[in-house]
Design a protein around this ligand. Sequence first.
Ligand code: IFM
Length: 440
Amino acid sequence: MSFPRDFLWGVSTSSYQIEGAAREDGKGLSMGDVFCQRPGNIRHGHTGDVACDHYHRYREDVALMKSLGIRANRFSVSWPRVLPAGVGPVNEKGLAFYDRLVDELLAAGVWPFLALYHWDLPWELQLRGGWQNREIADWFAEYTRVLVTRLSDRVTDWVTFVEPAAFLGGLTNGQHAPGLRLPRKEVLRALHHIHLAHGRAVQVIRQTAKRPVRVALSHVGKTVIPDTESAADIEAARHLTMFADETYNNAWLLDPIYRGEYPVADVPGLQDGDLKIIRQPLDFFALNFYHAEYGRAGANGPETVARPVPPGHYTAFNWEMRPEGLYWAIRFMHERYGLPVTVTENGMANLDWPALDGQVHDPQRIDFIHRHLLSVRRALQEGLPVEGYFVWSLLDNFEWAEGYEKRFGLVYVDYATQRRIPKDSAHWYARVIANQGTPL
Ligand code: IFM
């Protein structure tokens, strides 16, 4: 079976992880810029100061996408590059960069999906409480208005947030910027502010856009695969996927946005009218997928099952490879929220290097993506609406607390010279795209 003709074969990237130019052309500091300076926060003391130098090399990077036949790029905007203090005066040079990037993508036939927030909070706003301050919903709406006013004559696909569950790690376990360890109640308050900011941004996008738009939020969360495909195990896995007891589960992260309700009554900071703002109609469900576990209907209710993965089926991050989980994540999210799904991130960390022949051979990544695409194909065969699949990531890049050591790219980056080398997986992905998925 080939994939639908209009299936979007994409790659995702993010501003802080590739742009560099951290202090150029009037950009303000982001909380990442500050976090990376503190000794011990990032492996080997790496920073995003230079990263892949995409700020200067975006033309080359877009040309690479074009040469591979990539049809879409979810990229993100650095908030402090556009608004150095988070609010107030616009930095024209920063905004002009995204103008040029969008033009370059469109000229290359690569459809831009613009993510407003991929963890790049202006430091000035962090000093005012960041996500813990309810005013951030206003700040985010203002920032959104600046971008939509400038770019919506060309950009129609907007993503408000990338992975709230992951960047909240910066408030729970200190792993990400700003490096806090707050009590659960305060984390949930911050999450409520993220939801409010999301709702306000969707309103601004719809009111301000110059063309019809499609809006989504890129979600990452728990996926539980049924141990058998019996009705009882599927129901148990569905329940665990949504409600398994974590600091915040999928229901906390998603139900307010799609159903206008929280899974419990005592939400810190919830005010009258908030849920109406948060529940804005969205156009597709943007799903990021990396992890999954197994669950079943036990004698005392749904329970997770320890299922060892075959030896070696781990990525360089020690993340277990469970490609079958992508099918279940698509299915459960579609069943609960009723929207078509686009997989906006999926990929693996590896220890890649150029071989003696000068090429970068990464058979594991090819196998990894292949297996996940088979899950997407299963979903399509069963009639689930899947509109696209985006590999994380186009380039090797700055992997947050892990620095540059492990690599996620289809394209190898030699950080000393900034030379790009498309890996075997890039050539393979290009063939898959050119053949509309038929070699799978
Ligand atoms: O690099 C990250 C990205 O910023 C968000 N999603 C997961 C990726 C891999 O860890």
